[in-house]
Design a protein. Structure first.
Length: 404
């Protein structure tokens, strides 16, 4: 099968580069694959020769790094970069397939209104079209944002729903919850092939003891450590976590909070920390964590915490491609796919979302659970995550259904 992957922001901070590079590498071994992208960062994530062809539009002219750097200072500039790349890279890719025949094109990480309009205008080739949708937040009450953005999501929903009926052959998502919600919100007809492929990553080749990992981070503490890791968005519930910590602050534990600020200013979070009087309980690093440092954070922790709020509509990626591959037990709220997955696979403890008392009680309870049981949670989690190789095979199996 001849496949084209379109990724308009491959060098964007977060999972975009590592996910695209590794998935393409494994999929390229079992299919004829081309990656069309704004700026290739493949060499950063894979050491072997790429198994797929790379088309870097205009030699990387539309890189995203400068927008990432200005995100907190000039949010509108960041948004402009995202919209710009969505338009320019998708349009260029759709023009590219008019001259280069593919059986199927898979589109990732783009603005859906722009994508829909471009597909309606340019998408008349014989290639089957598959769109990856990571968050089912197309209903007014499902989007976590201000009024004007809620209205925008409603407009986006209408344009995307129309495009799906006219130009799209398949939609893949990160979980069963997402599949169910997308069908409902976008009124997706039965003729559209719906795919569910869980996140994942390869397991660490080098495992660090907790002592070594903490030494790498200059953490001089031998007690119980919780980890809250990842980009700090409002739907991830850090306010609830900080308040929960204040309830049990007399116990002996620490919590690492590590990740780049997205919806917050540092002063805002520091004010909350001061309000609750928990500065001595926290180890914070409010900045982007380099890929090579990520293992130290997870191997330093006893439990990984996901106190996400009810409005969270993201996937299970933070759970499966991070906590699970490091074999860590988790504490999650019952939101999106996460609560379902942790409960059904016995990966840890699930609590009610936005319930500070329940969160604090669960944290306290975790510190009393025998190490052997926590390790079993971690082992169960590791069995749930996909490797890049298994993920690639699942993508190919799904693509074969789409092209039939």
């Amino acid at each position: 099968m001849k496949i084209l992957f379109i990724q308009p922001t491959m060098d964007k901070r977060g999972h975009y580069g590592v996910y695209t590079s590794n998935l393409c590498q494994e999929l390229g071994k079992i299919s004829e694959l081309t990656l069309f992208t704004n700026k290739s960062v493949v060499s950063k994530y894979i050491s072997e020769t790429p198994s797929f062809e790379i088309v870097e539009y205009k030699n990387g002219k539309y890189g995203f790094e400068k927008f990432d750097e200005k995100k907190n200072k000039i949010p509108f500039y960041y948004t402009f970069g995202y919209l710009r790349n969505s338009f320019i890279i998708i349009r260029a890719a759709l023009k590219y397939i008019r001259k280069n025949k593919y059986d199927l094109i898979q589109i990732f990480d783009t603005e859906y209104s722009i994508l829909s309009l471009l597909l309606l205008f340019y998408g008349s080739s014989s290639s089957k079209v598959v769109v990856h949708i990571s968050a089912p937040n197309f209903a007014y009450n499902e989007y976590n944002g201000p009024f004007i953005l809620k209205l925008y999501k409603m407009l986006q929903r209408n344009i995307l729903a129309y495009c799906i009926k006219k130009r799209v052959n398949g939609i893949n998502s990160l979980g069963e919850y997402h599949r169910e919600m997308l069908i409902k919100q976008l009124e997706i007809p039965e003729s559209i092939a719906m795919g569910v492929i869980y996140d994942g990553a390869d397991f660490q080749k080098i495992e660090y003891t907790q002592e070594i990992a903490r030494n790498k981070l200059n953490i001089d503490y031998k007690g119980f450590v919780f980890l809250f890791f990842g980009i700090l968005r409002r739907d991830k519930g850090i306010e609830y976590l900080l308040e929960a910590v204040s309830i049990i602050k007399d116990l002996d534990f620490k919590i690492i909070i590590a990740g780049a600020l997205f919806d917050y200013k540092e002063a805002e979070l520091q004010a909350l920390i001061s309000k609750y009087g928990i500065k001595d309980k926290l180890i914070v690093k409010f900045e982007y964590i380099k890929d090579e440092e990520i293992p130290y954070y997870f191997f330093s922790a006893d439990v990984v915490v996901f106190p996400y709020i009810k409005k969270y509509r993201g996937g299970s990626g933070p759970l499966l491609k991070q906590a699970a591959i490091y074999k860590k037990p988790v504490l999650v709220t019952a939101v999106s796919e996460m609560g379902r997955l942790v409960k059904s696979r016995n990966m840890g403890i699930v609590v009610t979302s936005e319930n500070v008392t329940a969160l604090a009680d669960a944290m306290k309870g975790y510190m009393q659970i025998p190490r052997e049981k926590r390790q079993q949670y971690g082992e169960n989690a590791s069995k749930t995550a996909n490797t890049w190789k298994s993920m690639a095979q699942k993508y190919l199996n799904y693509f074969e259904i789409v092209v039939k």
